[in-house]
Design a protein around this ligand. Structure first.
Ligand SMILES: Nc1nc2c(c(=O)[nH]1)N[C@H]1C(S)=C(S)[C@@H](COP(=O)(O)O)O[C@H]1N2
Ligand SMILES: [Mo]
Length: 311
């Protein structure tokens, strides 16, 4: 079976405590190998991790140019080049994320405060994002599970809702009601706690450019690109399935789950194959993989669900 990525975590590890301690074990293992000591800086350590991560996958990353100039961020316009042209005017410092709803420690968490907890454990992930396009992006970031654990998820919480910054003075695209602002997304709690689900803070070992969702954005490798909400300012734990922007805009075409699935066609086009961005206009289309190639890691989350109903 085609696979993108493996790790030593299992679904049973995807609980707040276990995910936390497992990650420490990974870092401790690295330190023990002498690799961490040999490298001078965090940045070098991250790059070394990126190389390791890349080594067991035959995936060539897209270029910096492709990743940062061909973007979707409708708050800055609907053209692929609009985000790189206009997102520079978004103020990302200071930045804070409100974490509220069913958590023990609700409040405003500054970006520095969050990173302060996460920096030592930052890890690089390399995987692809698929959409009407597909790209291989070497993200760095931390597991969303770790952030949720910091806030303390309460018993009974079932979903996580996310909101993007809504600041019309810096976001020319919000003058148009193409979506109901602020941009909103959501995950089921078990999806959010999965170790593949990360809050990305950078690409290619650099801080995230604004057009890619600075200073932190969600990345869910087995779902379509629009689930990966950018420039997050609110995270709410809830027991209700939260509304999501694309589902509100067009419920027939965009469901809550939005799992990459070659067997469930979009009403207006097949999703059985895709084309890599940067491969050239005549690049061969490749078959879309179930759950974008992460079937072994995530299929169990959806056991017993009819995925054509929960699309
Ligand atoms: N706030 C916000 N987040 C967003 C979007 C958006 O318009 N606004 N677009 C989504 C879509 S449709 C895609 S494909 C990805 C693109 O991410 P990238 O530009 O970093 O490749 O961001 C997603 N996150
Ligand atoms: Mo997208």
């Amino acid at each position: 079976m085609a696979r993108r990525w493996t790790n030593n975590l299992t679904l049973a590890d995807a609980t707040p405590q276990a995910a936390f301690w497992n990650r420490r074990r990974i870092m401790a293992g690295l330190a023990g190998s002498g690799l961490a000591a040999a490298l001078g800086s965090q940045a070098q350590a991250e790059l070394a991790l990126a190389e390791q991560a890349g080594a067991d996958q035959a995936l060539e990353p897209n270029t910096w140019e492709e990743v940062t100039s061909y973007c979707n961020f409708y708050e800055f316009g609907t053209g692929k080049g609009d985000p790189s042209e206009y997102a520079g005017r978004m103020t990302t410092d200071p930045w804070s994320v409100a974490i509220d709803g069913m958590v023990d420690k609700p409040g405003e968490y500054s970006f520095e405060q969050i990173l302060g907890e996460m920096t030592l454990e930052e890890r690089i992930y390399r995987f692809r994002c698929v959409e009407a396009w597909s790209m291989v992006v070497p993200w760095q970031g931390f597991e969303l599970a770790d952030l949720l654990t910091l806030a303390g998820v309460q018993e009974g919480a079932k979903y996580v809702a996310f909101e993007t910054l809504y600041r019309p003075s810096e976001m020319p695209g919000t003058a148009y009601k193409v979506l109901d602002w602020p941009y909103r997304e959501g995950l089921r709690l078990d999806e959010a706690m999965h170790p593949l689900t990360i809050m990305a803070t950078g690409v290619f070992g650099q801080p995230l450019p604004n057009q890619n969702g600075a200073p932190l954005r969600l990345v869910v490798p087995w779902k379509y690109g629009f689930k990966s909400i950018k420039s997050v300012v609110r995270i709410t734990l809830t027991d209700q399935e939260p509304p999501t922007s694309w589902n509100m805009a067009n419920p027939r075409e965009y469901g809550f789950y939005s799992n990459v699935n070659p067997d469930v066609s979009h009403p207006r086009w097949s999703q059985a194959s895709e084309r890599r961005i940067g491969g050239g206009l005549f690049a061969r289309r490749q078959p879309t993989l179930m759950f974008n190639g992460y079937e072994a890691e995530v299929a169990a989350l959806y056991e017993g669900m009819d995925l054509s109903e929960y699309f």
